[in-house]
Design a protein around this ligand. Structure first.
Ligand SMILES: NC(=O)C1=CN([C@@H]2O[C@H](COP(=O)(O)OP(=O)(O)OC[C@H]3O[C@@H](n4cnc5c(N)ncnc54)[C@H](OP(=O)(O)O)[C@@H]3O)[C@@H](O)[C@H]2O)C=CC1
Ligand SMILES: CC(C)(CO)C(=O)C(=O)O
Length: 299
């Protein structure tokens, strides 16, 4: 397959590197990473050890592909969608965290948009190289739930490249469960400056659990069956499996970068307002991160 990976940062470089073992891949990213990949290939280390030579470009316009995998941060999704819409793309798959990405992608794009979640860990430490810090899985499917030939085809393509892949018919519920995990872990660890494992028994445990419980309540108000204890258990499971991780939002805050809070806790907060659900913990986490973002030095 011809596959574009739009957003060759940490996750995109890992997924693109894995896909390039089997498919014709074009990475869309920034220099100096793109220049290094063009010059010497992409090195994948950590849980893997190989080098591949995908195409790489900083210009994502006018591309042809059977599939575009979107791995930009949530706040860059609109721009990615408009850029991809200048090309001829048969299907798009978002592997981003946060909610609302698929709707943003579907707006200008005239092709099926699949929803996905990724639990692989990836860090891009230097140009031309990415480290896999944890093997996980990709779950993907039609964004509105159900089955489709497009989802099955994308699933086969990822699996053929050795990516642990599940094609699911309940993506709305799975997206809300992942949202509960990120709502519980990301902002809490970013503000407390702790690793994910500190949420298993430390003083911030209740904060993470309450943020996840509130997310489940909003999911149910949106018609998605997600139980509160199920959401809390999902947080505990992920905090345990990623105990030594610095969450992506904590990494962003430590580096002074913009965070994905609006697509995570901010999304829960704004849906809750529309549905008349009380979410004091997500409201507080959102407002504290917004306060920090307002004061941070601009990029
Ligand atoms: N890293 C991980 O282990 C995981 C990440 N995720 C999710 O995946 C998404 C991506 O995360 P991550 O890989 O860490 O983020 P990164 O910031 O490392 O990667 C995104 C990359 O896309 C680039 N980019 C954005 N817009 C464009 C554009 N128009 N053209 C070219 N390049 C562009 C960014 O460049 P620049 O910064 O210069 O704009 C950046 O290099 C997020 O939603 C995250 O929550 C999910 C699971 C695991
Ligand atoms: C699963 C988790 C919380 C792992 O750190 C993550 O997705 C993130 O950090 O963004």
């Amino acid at each position: 397959m011809d596959i574009v990976v739009f957003g060759a940062g940490s996750l995109g470089s890992l997924v693109g590197g894995l896909l390039a073992r089997e498919h014709a891949v074009t990475l869309v990213g920034r220099d100096p990473h793109v220049a290094a990949v063009r010059e010497s290939g992409l090195r994948v280390s950590g849980e893997y050890d190989f080098t591949v030579a995908p195409e790489a470009t900083t210009d994502g316009t006018d591309l042809d592909a059977d599939l575009a995998v979107v791995t930009v941060k949530a706040f860059d999704t609109e721009d990615a969608a408009e850029t991809l819409a200048t090309g001829r793309i048969d299907a798009v798959l978002s592997l981003q965290n946060g909610m609302g990405n698929e709707e943003t992608l579907a707006r200008p794009l005239d092709c099926p948009v699949l929803a996905g979640t990724a639990t692989y860990g990836a860090v891009r430490r230097e140009p031309g190289a990415v480290e896999c810090t944890g093997r996980g899985e990709v779950v993907l499917g039609p964004r509105e739930g159900g089955t489709s030939e497009t989802a099955d085809g994308a699933g086969r393509a990822l699996a053929a490249a050795g990516i642990e892949t599940t094609v699911a018919d309940d993506m709305p519920r799975r997206l809300w469960e992942k949202l509960a995990v990120n709502a519980g872990i990301n902002a809490t660890t970013a503000l407390a400056r702790v690793e994910n494992g500190a949420l298993l028994d430390g003083p911030a445990r209740e904060v993470a659990g309450d943020a996840a419980r509130e997310t489940a309540r909003v999911a149910r108000a949106e018609g998605v069956e997600l139980g509160e204890s199920e959401a809390v258990r999902a947080v505990e499971r992920v905090a345990e499996a990623t105990a030594a991780n610095t969450s992506s939002m904590r990494q962003d805050v430590q580096a002074g970068r913009r965070t994905e809070v609006e697509a995570i806790n901010g999304y829960v907060f704004s849906c809750a307002r529309e549905r008349g659900v009380s979410v004091p913990v997500n409201r507080t986490l959102t407002k504290l991160l917004r306060a920090w973002e307002r004061e941070r030095p601009q990029d």
